[in-house]
Design a protein around this ligand. Structure first.
Ligand SMILES: Cc1ncc(COP(=O)(O)O)c(C=O)c1O
Length: 454
């Protein structure tokens, strides 16, 4: 008899009482066991998330050991909550933080909340692909040499499309200036486990690294991990406290168990084999794409080979995405004005890629020249003109104006479509005519009241 078969009596949350109170069709769809497992951390023997105790603490410790961290903290609400906690604990009001402008919007949200002063780094532009590329280590060094009061360097690596920056060199520069390095490695959970993948930032000297286990690591949506380096000078307790303020007080045991299971899988031969299969599948697809005439793939070195970004002559990314979805039943990760992003994951089989390659071959041969070109632009590649501090503008008195009348005004809102969640406009930035093609979905914009920059 297992724990689920034993009759027990429940007078606590979740109020569905082990599934008995769940809408029947939904329960039948999900299966009984799912709801029997749906508990929070209030049960004897399970431990608590905030502060970590019992088996939950043990699970975090096993994760830290595997990743070589001083501490690994489980995050519910994704890397988003990790980034906001980092900002709240470590980049306080008025403190300077070097950040790449194409960071995820959770980094921005964090800095709006904390009041930090971002010093933006603009990465290389891959113009032909309408994508941001690598961050230049020299740009970090330049900013550090001109500002002796930088609190931390906070970078995203890799980009959503898998472009990798030289974190080893950036880490060396940060150490030279004695400034800690934080890396949003949301897409890099698997990197430690295969030499064909880029080296993980924690191994390259980063102080704090946030990874979305759910993106590539095999855990469930919303689950991420923050790793803290053994030798960091950051105030680790401040970070733990910030997380305690931000995380739910009813953590889902199913989600936490999913994180522990993802860690456990990475310690098995099969787990490592699955990563190799994902890499090999990606290489196979890459090789097939190479043979096509009108479809090209992004090639950057170094890169994460499991992310494949392609573009097709005469088609926008959105059009290519629609064709694959409607004509071939294929769902890709994302589409931009130029191309589409596909991921080779640990759950994919070779036959998935054979089918995908067949479909791309067909698309490559068809004539799409009659397709109407889209007007909308999706991936922001503009150099921001900053007129006000981020937080000051966010909390300033605001007014709504028609998009066409917003040129010359200062934005008071974050506009960052997801995916990839990279900002088109931030509070404090000047709205220019160049922004308008990216704002097709907006009729009005929030701007700072009575502030004009003509
Ligand atoms: C670079 C980067 N950082 C952070 C996040 C947020 O991650 P999560 O969805 O785990 O909250 C994302 C999500 O796409 C991302 O791409």
């Amino acid at each position: 008899m297992n724990a689920f078969d034993k009759r027990s009596y429940h007078f606590h949350i979740p109020g569905h009482t082990r599934g008995k109170g769940v809408y029947e069709p939904f329960k039948n769809f999900m299966g009984d066991k799912f709801f029997q497992c749906d508990m929070t951390d209030e049960f004897d023997g399970i431990g608590t998330l905030n502060p970590p105790t019992g088996p939950i603490k043990e699970a975090e410790e096993l994760c830290a050991e595997l990743f070589g961290a001083q501490k690994s903290l489980f995050l519910l609400n994704g890397s988003t909550v990790g980034n906001i906690a980092i900002a709240m604990a470590l980049s306080l009001q008025g403190k300077k933080v070097i950040v790449n402008r194409n960071c995820h919007r959770s980094v921005l949200t964090g800095m709006i909340a904390s009041g930090a002063e971002p010093l933006w780094v603009i990465p290389n532009k891959l113009e032909e692909w309408s994508l941001w590329g690598k961050i230049n280590p020299e740009d970090i060094e330049d900013l550090l040499s001109k500002n002796n009061d930088v609190e931390m360097v906070w970078l995203t690596n890799p980009t959503y499309e898998g472009v990798v920056s030289d974190i080893k060199e950036i880490s060396r520069i940060c150490k030279k200036y004695d400034v800690p390095l934080v890396v949003d490695e949301a897409h890099g959970t698997l990197w430690k486990f295969n030499d064909e993948l880029p080296a993980p930032s924690l191994d390259l000297g980063a102080d704090i690294v946030v990874q979305s286990f759910h993106k590539t690591g095999g855990s469930m949506a919303q689950t991420s991990v923050m790793h803290i380096a053994k030798d960091t000078k950051f105030d680790v307790e401040a970070l733990v406290h910030a997380l305690r303020l931000l995380q739910t007080t009813s953590p889902s045991i199913i989600l936490l168990a999913g994180l522990d299971a993802a860690r456990a899988q990475l310690e098995t031969e099969e787990g490592l084999h699955n990563i190799q299969v994902a890499i090999d599948n990606a290489k196979y697809l890459s090789g097939e794409i190479e043979k096509l005439k009108h479809i090209k793939q992004l090639k950057q070195s170094p890169c994460d080979p499991t992310k494949i970004f392609i573009k097709a002559d005469n088609l926008s990314g959105i059009q290519l995405e629609t064709i694959l979805e409607q004509d071939y039943n294929i769902e890709v990760e994302a589409a931009s004005d130029r191309g589409i992003l596909m991921l080779s994951n640990i759950g994919n089989e070779r036959s998935d890629f054979e089918y995908l390659a067949d479909c791309l071959r067909e698309v490559d041969k068809k004539d799409y020249t009659k397709f109407v070109k889209e007007k909308a632009k999706h991936m922001p590649m503009l150099i921001p003109e900053i007129r006000m501090n981020l937080r000051q503008a966010f909390y300033a008195e605001k007014e709504e104006v028609k998009k066409e009348d917003a040129v010359g005004r200062i934005s008071a809102e974050v506009i960052a479509e997801c995916p990839p969640g990279i900002a088109i406009l931030l509070p404090g930035e000047l709205i220019t005519a160049e922004h308008l093609p990216y704002l097709e979905n907006y009729e009005v914009l929030e701007v700072v009241k009575n502030a004009y920059c003509f």
